[in-house]
Design a protein around this ligand. Sequence first.
Ligand code: ADP
Length: 254
Amino acid sequence: QNGRKTKVLGKDIQYYKEVISTNNQAKFAAQQDAGEGTIIVSEAQTSGRGRLARGWYSPAEKGIWFSVILRPHFLPQEAPKCTLLAAVAIVKAIETITEIQVGIKWPNDILYNKLKLVGILTEMNAEMDCINYIIIGMGINVNIQKNEFPLELQHIATSLAIIKGKKISRVQLLNEILFQIETLYNIAQAEGFVKILEEWKKYSVTLGKTVDVIGINDTFAGLAMDIDADGALLVKTKAGIKRVLAGDVSIRAK
Ligand code: ADP
């Protein structure tokens, strides 16, 4: 890959024309001892995944559908913050390459004008207090045209090409994303996530908004006040402040 600016991330790249999902493929690779920083990239995913078994539309050659394998030294409880780290990295990379300013919707989406541009799915394998691997999967809508999206996504999704009115280089953007992730990941490993959470807050479009929190068993409304040191969302409700973890819920801004 030309133009790589990283030491570890993307040192090994597994490139595919088509996979079921890059996160699945990364899991196989990680179980076969793929090293830290290995990247799985595919031109298309036949069954890309969001959270809670939702699908991610990943048409051939129109997006950046990829996963990163990390083997960090920090504790398993820190892993959810890798989603926030990836979001900050992608926002910065998009700004650098396209000059488009985007916002982060807690925990795992990047939006432009309320439309979804990027999805992130972090998965972990850990034993006791030791992380074996973390996989961060990212789907970036790059060169999808509006009428190419499935009908049900046309009013909720967008792409960089739609926003800019021209095609964007996927290689250039991917290189910048890898560079930004590596920079933030080195900070996280050396000194923890404090700085990264501060940066995340600057880009958040969730904090300060009234949100509906839609869980598996209950749904409630409240004001998204802050995130705590674990990256959990703090929501002020009539019944007091509720702490919301990323795995369990969807958030709808009102
Ligand atoms: P949520 O934002 O509801 O928590 P996820 O983060 O799990 O959902 O993402 C999956 C959802 O994203 C799908 O249910 C679908 O509505 C939407 N989606 C699927 N593919 C794309 C895409 N390429 N671009 C934007 N949105 C998509």
